[in-house]
Design a protein. Structure first.
Length: 122
């Protein structure tokens, strides 16, 4: 393995909901990174939380909202949102869609996450 790795996030496989998880493509050992895009007015159909991973979400474009346990926060470009591992979270895109990067330590990989279906209901 080289001392550096370059990967274009649009070329990383789209795994679901226009989410691209770049850990494998970047060959990272201690950092998780994903690019996520939600269509205008759409919501993630599930939420998740972690046992160990703290995450930071950086809004690249558009806007929307995040549901964090029982609180809802508005999101706009270049907002950075830190979320503790135990907080259940899901995102909703505004009228322009929502584009974000998610960063975390990658501790435990996807096995650290617990998915919560039907989290965001009106």
């Amino acid at each position: 393995m080289s001392g550096f790795t370059l990967a274009n996030l649009l070329e990383v496989e789209d795994s679901a909901l226009e989410s691209r998880f770049a850990r494998g493509a970047l060959e990272t050992e201690q950092v998780g990174l994903s690019y996520q895009r939600l269509a205008p007015g759409s919501r993630m159909p599930f939420a998740h939380h972690h046992r160990l991973q703290e995450e930071v979400y950086v809004i690249l474009g558009g806007g929307g909202r995040a549901k964090l346990d029982d609180e809802i926060v508005e999101l706009r470009p270049l907002d950075a949102l830190r979320v503790s591992p135990e907080v259940t979270r899901a995102f909703e895109a505004g009228p322009e869609g929502l584009e974000l990067l998610a960063f975390g330590p990658g501790t435990g990989g996807t096995q650290d996450a617990e998915v919560v279906p039907g989290w965001w209901s009106d």
